[in-house]
Ligand binder design. Structure first.
Ligand code: AMP
Length: 600
């Protein structure tokens, strides 16, 4: 396949807002492809060269890309810089400039795999002279590129390729292209994806062997699994009822979810909830794990929590955040902010695929697998069989400083479900009972210019929740409270990488902000209550055909959820559920602190 065809597909997808149309464009693209071509087309469309968890980066700074564009189009770097400032996108500028120069045609049109190989070489180039190598490869590709190809090539290397298709739409397209449109096929494909987090690999196997091609997929050490997720309950009664009258209540630690992969040789890789490799930030855990866990290989999950080694007390979550992103003075951070891992699940133990077993068996394996040490511990747990016992344990847990409990079903069928949210796990905090104190993780999709003290930065952000069945981001509030001066000042810079010049097709809202953003950055807000709104679209069609849910008096808690990707934000379904709970609770607007009325 020629790269040109892929560029054409990007162009067509960018022009549509309809998910069904996107899917059919994708189906047409994918159906004739096989093997490496198929996998490469998928990775490239996701803006990467390999599955996201491998963290392969091109290492091309804007200045380098500018230099390559200048060289390929016989311009000066200054003139390219000027033009891209005006267009706001170096890709667009590259496309325009390529329209004015003669293309090198001796080697024929660019093949998709040639482009993929070239980009892979760019990513591999390291050490002395690597900058020149990167520029040279890019120039060679650009000289052969059509204007459209050039635009997307440059966007790719800059990390700004914004084709609005996410994983769920790609999975739909894969089912239609290589299996069938039925629900069953789609589910099997999603299960395989949740287990491997590798779209390219799944697609290759599907194309080669249909659904049966997925049968041999197993979980593997070193390849992260999409984490299992929890539902909520409004009371301990409801929680127990949902779990059939019996449940294991565990501490709900407030930290960072970690998936630890310990290979046979004792080497350790840690993945975040977003499947990013975070081992380098936690060398203390990496060192402690091999001796605390037997046998190897093993995959376990736990919460990483700042921890006072002297007193054994859990410290506030914010302290872990201090470690993230610190590379140079990491050793100092290790001493300042010691952490412990509270293991709560096990997926692989030796050669046994434990994740397929029900929770009580997994817990038994976990207790044998982990030899608790100072830094590696097992999540506290108690089995309860009635509300009194549940209440008693809950009080104990909250008294000890945890934010609530995580209930685990002990019933038949309580196996680990990668990537799935369900009532097999239920999180419960006291706040749910009386008012809407649970926070919402919203995705920033737009911003409004500030006035007065906020002139020069943004005054309010437009937030959305994710709607998986439609693969869209539906807005639920405009938040301006809760930002201190420092947080405000840094907003434009923090949001810069996500700016787009028109409404992203995947965003659904009745508002028009001054600036749109590609849905990426997630932040935590709290509010007074959820109400039905004609201008917001969260859960539209669920409660009312033409109205969504809005959060009243939203306030930023100060916490960016960089551990969550946009599609891991709160979902529209969760918001609807919170709305229903709040209604049943009968205390619609009661919050501990009375909301201060302010202009929206
Ligand atoms: P939330 O992020 O509010 O949806 O809560 C779910 C998160 O709680 C999980 O992703 C874990 O990071 C965390 N957590 C803390 N303690 C536990 C536990 N004992 N079992 C499972 N998850 C836990």
């Amino acid at each position: 396949m020629q790269y040109r065809e892929l560029a054409n597909v990007y162009e067509r997808i960018e022009a549509t807002t309809k998910r069904l149309e996107m899917r059919s464009i994708l189906v047409d693209l994918l159906r004739p492809l096989r093997g490496r071509e198929l996998a490469s087309a998928l990775y490239l469309s996701q803006g990467s060269l390999r599955p996201e968890y491998e963290g392969v980066e091109l290492g091309v700074a804007e200045s380098l890309a500018r230099k390559a564009v200048a060289e390929a189009t016989h311009q000066t770097v200054e003139s390219v810089a000027r033009r891209s400032r005006a267009s706001g996108d170096l890709g667009t500028t590259a496309g325009e400039l390529l329209g004015d120069v003669r293309r090198v045609e001796n080697d024929g049109p660019l093949e998709l795999l040639e482009v993929y190989e070239g980009l892979t070489e760019i990513a591999r180039a390291a050490g002395a002279g690597s900058q020149e190598t990167k520029v040279k490869i890019l120039v060679d590709l650009l000289r052969r590129a059509t204007p459209l190809e050039g635009k997307y090539l440059v966007r790719f290397v800059m990390g700004t390729l914004r084709v609005g298709v996410r994983e769920m739409t790609i999975l739909d397209a894969l089912a239609t292209a290589f299996a069938s449109e039925g629900k069953e096929a789609r589910e099997r494909i999603e299960i395989a994806f949740n287990l491997t987090s590798d779209l390219g690999m799944i697609a290759e196997r599907l194309a080669a062997g249909g659904l049966a091609g997925l049968d041999s997929i197993r979980l593997e050490v070193g390849r992260p699994i999409r984490p299992m997720l929890a539902e909520r309950a409004k009371s301990l009664e409801e929680l127990l009822q949902r779990m059939g009258g019996r449940a294991a209540l565990e501490y709900k630690y407030d930290g960072l979810r970690v998936q630890a992969h310990i290979a046979k040789d004792g080497s350790v890789r840690l993945f975040s909830r977003r499947l990013e490799e975070i081992g380098p930030q936690f060398p203390d855990l990496v060192r402690a794990l091999p001796s605390a866990v037997h046998p190897h290989p093993a995959i376990l999950e736990g919460e990483c929590v700042p921890f006072d080694l002297g007193t054994g007390a859990i410290r506030p979550f914010q302290e872990v955040a201090k470690r993230r992103g610190r590379k140079h003075d990491l050793e100092q951070a290790l001493e300042e902010v010691p952490v412990a891992l509270f293991a709560f699940d096990v997926l692989l133990a030796g050669d046994e695929l434990v994740y397929e077993r029900d929770f009580p068996e997994r817990r038994a394996v976990l207790e044998k697998l982990v030899r608790p040490s100072e830094r590696i511990r097992i999540a506290e747990e108690r089995t309860v069989t009635n509300v009194e016992e549940a209440n008693e344990y809950f009080e104990e847990v909250v008294g000890a400083g945890a934010e609530g409990v995580m209930a685990k079903s002990l019933a038949e069928g309580s196996r680990y479900r990668p990537g799935a949210r369900g009532f097999w796990w239920i999180k419960y905090k006291r706040d749910y009972v009386t008012h809407l104190a649970d926070s919402i993780d919203g995705v920033i999709v737009g911003a409004f210019h500030g006035r007065g003290r906020r002139a020069g930065t943004y005054g309010a952000l437009l937030l959305a929740v994710y709607r998986p069945d439609r693969d869209r981001f539906e807005t639920f509030c405009k938040v301006g409270s809760g930002f201190d001066d420092a947080a405000l000042a840094e907003l434009p810079k923090r949001l810069e990488p996500f700016r787009v010049d028109r409404a992203p097709p995947e965003v659904d809202t009745g508002l028009t902000p001054d600036q749109w953003f590609r849905p990426s950055l997630v932040l935590e807000v709290k509010g007074a209550e959820l109400t039905v709104s004609p201008i917001h679209r969260a859960g539209i069609g669920v409660l009312r055909p033409d109205a969504g849910l809005a959060l009243r008096f939203p306030r930023f808690t100060g916490r960016y959820r960089t551990d969550k990707s946009a599609t891991e934000a709160t979902t529209s379904g969760e918001l609807v559920e919170m709305y229903r709970m709040q209604d049943r609770g009968g205390t619609r607007s009661a919050t501990g602190e009375r909301p201060v009325r302010h202009k929206a």
